[in-house]
Design a protein around this ligand. Structure first.
Ligand code: M6R
Length: 604
């Protein structure tokens, strides 16, 4: 959702330029407005904020000229209050002594606001966040300690928050708190950073403290003070060194992060499989013991879960993929302690997914998390976690994390299959060496994607059809096109397309068809013929020697032969990612910053 970036210089340097850089690194979390507050050498707070992208605001508002070696910043994805200069963060109290930036939603903010207004506080915005500086200001009148005032204020807030606060009352500190929304501390020899996500400061340090729900405290030049609202035993948190490197979080010569991340997939999937092999441990046993298995996830992670369900079914494992926000109503009544919930989330912070998992946990179900982020909220809820090796994904549209999720689920399915007497040695060895085939797919299809994007840039609609193991590929392909090229793209199980969707098909209507050479093959051909005879423009994704399908197609992307099995998404999805990317670019859009979207959706 929103991005928080705060910095305290140990060398007494001005921190605004670093905060600007952190906010740029975090723009994937929100980018409708941004702002910075610093404390100057006299202990006075200065705030600059406005509507727009951080690099434009940095220029127009001259962020870099702000003086102070302690500061906080924010890039916003609006929830409460429209996108205006006023509603941009930071927000300040009446006395201009306390500045706060916040990610999350304060659910009871109207009650608090009314109470504070009756006590004489004046509000300048419609945001939920503004109650925080005023509430701390109110508490401070009596407590005369910001830490104590903050702690007491936190006990009154309901909802989710990650926040940082600076104050002229104690100008040498940055205060922080987290509850449900992510917040991490980075430590280098020159600075201390606080941010929503590790890539914010990865170029300066890999030494990190991952704050947990209920943590609050402050950083100063000589101290990192952490306590927990609910656990008095917490007297600090461990510093870990993350494996991600600054190169992983940089664009590396590509025009956009998304393109870089598409091209990274051979490497990231390989790393993920290697990491899965080290972490699989008792996971097969968990599956063995489960009465029923539910995948729970949102967006792309849900589509990876749909694949998981089909891949598990191949080897006789009964499971069901459920959309996180529907989980309680759809299956909540059936859960019990013998069930296994597989939570799939690249960020590990998606509110809908976490809510479903918390619910299942209360019912006693076991939780296995598959995520890309060490220490993320999902890992703390789970009984077992598998961390993927995708590396930081900065593009808002998920690409390399989708293939890493698929690879992890395939790895689990294949290991289960092997221990149950299926002959899967060939598939396992293919998965372990898939990078070469993925590279081939990238090479063979990129020019084609560029060519096709010339046609698609003029279109407003597209269908994506797939059957069986092809379905999740179609679903994910359509989501990419929708998210970044703003083309209305719908995916259907191919057999379902004749029950309504076909009514829209007229001359030149793009029909992406994912064709696997398995038991679904002939039925896919029937669907293609039905679409083609109504004028549909058939764009197939097939094995390269599948001449029969190629003959039925107006345009063809190819995958290597012998991938009509559970490994299919790892190669078939790549052309669909590429064509969405190039269509967005041809339409003059920025694929890394799709409108209305944020990388991690930490509100319900
Ligand atoms: O971090 P998560 O995997 O839990 O995120 C789930 C979705 O919000 C995410 O996949 C979203 O759909 C992306 N925009 C997909 O490109």
């Amino acid at each position: 959702m929103c991005g928080i970036g705060a910095c305290l210089s140990l060398l007494n340097d001005n921190v605004a330029p670093k905060i600007v850089k952190m906010l740029m690194n975090l723009e994937y979390r929100g980018y409708d407005s941004a702002g910075i507050a610093v404390i100057d050498s006299l202990g006075k707070i200065h705030v600059k904020k406005g509507v727009g992208r951080i690099h434009n605001l940095a220029e127009t508002l001259r962020f870099n000229e702000m003086e102070g070696h302690i500061g906080i910043g924010h890039t916003r994805w609006a929830t409460h209050g429209s996108v205006t200069d006023y509603n941009a963060h930071p927000h300040i109290d009446c006395g201009n002594n306390i500045a706060v930036v916040h990610n999350g939603i304060i659910e009871n903010y109207t009650d608090i606001r009314e109470r504070l207004i009756s006590l004489g506080h004046e509000f300048k915005t419609q945001t939920d966040t503004e109650v925080i500086p005023h509430l701390v200001e109110e508490k401070y009148k009596e407590k005369k300690s910001i830490l104590e005032s903050l702690r007491e204020a936190l006990t009154e807030l309901r909802g989710a928050y990650a926040l940082v606060l600076i104050t002229s009352h104690e100008p040498d500190k940055i205060f922080f708190a987290r509850f449900f929304s992510p917040l991490v501390i980075g430590i280098s020899n020159n600075d201390i950073y606080i941010a929503s996500d590790i890539p914010a400061f990865l170029q300066w340090t890999r030494r990190v403290i991952i704050l947990q729900d209920g943590d609050y405290g402050f950083v100063s030049a000589d101290k990192i003070y952490i306590r927990n609202l609910y656990d008095p035993a917490v007297k600090g948190r461990e510093i870990i060194t993350v494996e991600w490197t600054k190169e992983m979080a940089a664009k590396g010569g590509y025009r956009h992060y998304m393109l870089k991340e598409i091209h990274e997939q051979p490497e990231s999937v390989k790393r993920t499989v290697r990491m899965a092999s080290k972490q699989i441990g008792d996971v097969i046993n968990l599956i063995e013991k489960a009465n029923y298995i539910y995948f729970v996830a949102a967006g792309t992670s849900y589509y990876a879960s749909v694949h998981g369900q089909y891949a598990f079914a191949k080897y006789g494992i009964r499971s069901r993929a459920v959309i996180a926000s529907e989980f309680l109503e759809e299956v909540g009544a059936f859960l019990d302690k013998d069930d296994l919930i597989i939570g799939v989330s690249q960020s590990g912070e998606t509110a809908d997914t976490l809510k479903a998992i918390r619910f299942a946990k209360k019912k006693g179900s076991k939780i296995l998390a598959i995520t890309n982020v060490v220490g993320s909220a999902i890992t703390r809820l789970a009984d077992r976690s598998i961390i993927m090796g995708a590396g930081p994904e900065i593009g808002v549209a998920a690409t390399k994390t989708f293939t890493s999720q698929v690879a992890t689920l395939d790895y689990i399915a294949l290991n289960w299959a092997r221990t149950h007497g299926f002959d899967v040695d060939l598939l396992i060895s293919k998965l372990l060496n898939i990078d070469k085939d993925m590279e081939w797919v990238l090479e063979v299809n990129e020019e084609k994607a560029i060519k096709l994007s010339e046609v698609l840039k003029e279109k407003n609609n597209a269908y994506y059809l797939g059957r069986g193991l092809g379905l999740s590929i179609a679903l994910e392909g359509a989501l990419k096109m929708k998210e970044i090229a703003y083309i209305h793209a719908e995916a259907y199980p191919a057999g379902e397309s004749k029950h309504g969707p076909i009514a829209l098909v007229t001359e030149g209507f793009p029909i992406f068809s994912v064709v696997l050479r398995d038991e679904t093959y002939h039925r896919m051909h029937i669907a293609i013929e039905e679409m083609s005879s109504r004028g549909g423009f058939i764009i197939s994704v097939t094995e390269k020697n599948d001449s029969d399908t190629i003959k039925l197609s107006d345009f063809n992307f190819c995958a290597p032969d012998n991938y009509s099995n559970i490994l299919a998404p790892l190669v078939y999805v790549i052309p669909l990612q590429l064509v969405a990317y190039y269509t967005a670019v041809k339409r003059g859009l920025n694929p890394d910053r799709p409108r209305n979207l944020a990388k991690s959706v930490t509100v319900e």
